[in-house]
Design a protein around this ligand. Structure first.
Ligand code: SF4
Length: 361
């Protein structure tokens, strides 16, 4: 929970704590429902906008609480319709969210941390290192901030926690944000339309999987041997493939539920037919779906995208072994908004902002 001048940030409260807080102000519990509707349904910026609350209640709220707001500092549009939003947080840190228009839905990719500690070699965010965990309000406010920019015909339908950071290393705040994002009193996204992507932090992953029908899980796998995976994702030293996949096998999934495995294909590194066969052997017995993503090249990386034929072959081998394997079209690479590209400009800007603060008289 964060405070400003001793006041409570309402969006950092769970819905249960919001009710307790409203009651502590001497109001009836149902008032919390009204406040939640204004905060999340309408996305108001001030208590004076909560027009069905009495003046005295609004006054009490004003004195005891405040409403966090994230407004995009910059919006970049890609040739393919992808929009990248840069938000500057209260302490000057910058984060990015990406809006991905698809045929019949509009997906928002959210950040869960400033930077990332895991240092995956194919990821620009990872190169920047970890800065801090985002508060629940900073995760929720990305959704409200982007929603406020949509045109009348546009509706945000899906959320993915795949932006900057490893969500399971900020688990308490991510869980609290997810509660609000899913709740009928909050942002009202259905479980099936929220996906959390992890590099494989096993204890929290098992906890998440044990919550039935909570959100969908995607695991960023990217290799079929420990040697290869450790090279690409150092976290594999702590949570090796055998343990990661054995955890996936042990957790009973609801009937039609499957775990998505993401696999970034990198030329000459993990894109051979043998890699595909190894991957199929590795995933045997897991209710799995594989999302293949051709590496998004960027100037700071030595890695390259595989030729189209290698990508096709890889996919066909998996499908021949009975797996659903989708080639995810990468979007927004011209504005560094594609997978693994977030955090370049955001980091520079936040550092510049911090430097400005340090040299302030
Ligand atoms: S891919 Fe994800 S987990 Fe790995 S460094 Fe990038 S943000 Fe972190």
């Amino acid at each position: 929970m964060s405070a400003r001048d001793g006041r409570i940030a309402l969006k950092d409260l769970s819905l249960q704590d919001l009710e307790a807080f409203i009651v502590s102000l001497g109001e009836k519990p149902f008032r919390a429902i009204q406040v939640a509707r204004w905060l999340y349904g309408k996305g108001v910026r001030g208590f004076e906008e909560m027009s069905n609350l009495s003046r005295s209640f609004r006054q009490k709220l004003e004195e005891a609480a405040w409403i966090s707001v994230l407004e995009p500092a910059e919006v970049q549009s890609s040739r393919d319709g992808t929009r990248k939003f840069r938000f500057i947080l209260a302490d000057g840190e910058a984060i990015e969210s990406v809006l991905l228009p698809e045929k019949d839905h509009l997906t928002l990719c959210l950040s869960s941390q400033g930077g990332c500690a895991l240092g995956c070699r194919f990821c620009l965010t990872g190169k920047r290192g970890w800065v801090r965990n985002l508060k629940a309000s900073e995760i929720i406010d990305q959704v409200i901030g982007v929603r406020s920019t949509l045109s009348p015909g546009e509706k945000l339908t899906n959320l993915v926690l795949m932006g900057m950071g490893e969500p399971l290393l900020n688990y308490p705040n991510v869980l609290q944000a997810l509660e609000v994002l899913r709740s009928p009193l909050g942002l009202q996204f259905s479980n099936r339309r929220i996906t959390l992507s992890t590099a494989g932090i096993i204890p929290e992953m098992v906890e998440l999987l044990s919550r039935r029908n909570f959100v969908k899980l995607a695991i960023s796998l990217n290799a079929a041997t420990d040697e290869q995976r450790t090279e690409l994702m150092p976290i594999n030293r702590k949570y090796p493939l055998k343990d990661l996949l054995s955890a996936c096998r042990k957790v009973p999934l609801p009937n039609r539920e499957r775990i998505t495995f993401e696999y970034v294909l990198i030329r000459g590194v993990n894109d051979s037919p043998e890699d595909a066969r190894r991957l199929a052997r590795l995933l045997k017995g897991i209710k799995a779906k594989v999302n293949l993503i051709a590496f998004n090249e960027h100037p700071e990386s030595p890695f390259r995208r595989p030729p189209d034929e290698a990508i096709r072959n890889f996919r066909e081998i998996l499908m021949a072994k009975g797996f659903t394997a989708m080639l995810r079209q990468s979007k927004g690479s011209d504005i560094l908004a594609a997978c693994g590209q977030l955090g370049g400009k955001a980091f520079e800007d936040s550092r510049t902002q911090k430097e400005k603060e340090i040299i302030k008289p």
